[in-house]
Design a protein around this ligand. Structure first.
Ligand SMILES: Nc1ncnc2c1ncn2[C@@H]1O[C@H](COP(=O)(O)OP(=O)(O)OP(=O)(O)O)[C@@H](O)[C@H]1O
Ligand SMILES: [Mg+2]
Length: 256
């Protein structure tokens, strides 16, 4: 059975989508079968794989509103073992619509069941909010990766996120473990970045929560989406590529 991992942090721009796109690609290059679910109305992960999001009829929205099943909306990518369930702006109305349904928090979990056996990993790119979509992601997930940008205020909102994760466990009796905290946009030359790294270590107490791999600030990671390619396939020599390959290895070794 595939492991479902949400890339989650309600703080905007901390590298969730970049991580979902490049970590999934790295895992697929390591012979894992991987599905990325774009759960963000911004559709950035969709674009990141070169899929024209505006033209899509079948998306994660049509899955959540029960017009399609997950398998019907999966799109193949350049890599054989990597598929994406796309998203676009149509998802933006979903929060209100879903909230009217009984058991609205487990709609994604139910929809994933039928494809769980087909993949080793299912990565969910979560939008920057703590709304109903994020709740669905948490309920559907076995674990979470929390990207934290190495900048001032990085830990702002972390207490709310951890509280939400705990509430889901208490009230809904499904629990998503913290797979790891991932330091992103890290610039080892700046004192601030190093300080934030220390702060994060202090905050989480146990070192094993934090991935040994950090993701450097790397312009290739930012450029790649405009070419419709994950950085890993766009510039194999870049520091961003090296970091995400290392992260994939670390993730696989954590899973034993
Ligand atoms: N390690 C990095 N080095 C350089 N640029 C990066 C890096 N990671 C992300 N970026 C850039 O920073 C911006 C935000 O990254 P990204 O979209 O991955 O964050 P996000 O958490 O998904 O944002 P949102 O909360 O809006 O969904 C993007 O322009 C992206 O290309
Ligand atoms: Mg994003």
């Amino acid at each position: 059975m595939g492991e479902v991992i949400s890339i989650i942090n309600q703080k905007g721009g901390c590298g969730k989508t970049t991580t979902a796109v490049n970590l999934s690609t790295a895992l697929a290059l390591m012979d894992k079968k991987v599905l990325v679910i774009d759960l963000d109305p911004q559709g950035n992960a969709t674009t990141g794989f070169g899929v024209q999001k505006g033209e899509l009829e079948n998306t994660i929205y049509t899955v959540l509103s029960r017009q399609n099943n997950m398998e019907e909306v999966m799109i193949p990518t350049i890599l054989d073992d990597l598929y994406i369930v796309p998203s676009n702006i149509s998802l933006s109305g979903a929060e209100v619509e879903l909230s009217r349904e009984i058991g609205y928090h487990s709609i994604l979990q139910d929809a994933i069941k039928s494809v769980k056996g087909m993949f080793d990993y299912i990565l969910i790119d979560v939008p920057p909010s703590l709304g109903i979509l994020t709740l669905n992601a948490l309920v559907a997930s076995d674990s979470v990766i929390i990207p934290i940008q190495a900048e001032y205020y990085a830990l702002e909102g972390m207490a709310d996120l951890l509280k939400t994760i705990n509430l889901v466990e208490e009230r809904l009796k499904t629990s998503a473990n913290i797979k790891g905290i991932l330091i992103t946009l890290y610039d080892s030359r700046t004192r601030l970045a190093r300080d934030v790294h220390q702060e994060v270590k202090k905050y989480f107490g146990e070192e094993e929560y934090i991935f040994k791999t950090t993701i450097p600030r790397n312009v290739r990671l930012a450029e790649a989406p405009s070419y419709g390619k994950p950085c890993i396939l766009y510039d194999q020599e870049s520091a961003g590529t090296t970091a995400y390959l290392k992260l994939a290895q670390e993730l696989i070794s954590r899973d034993g």
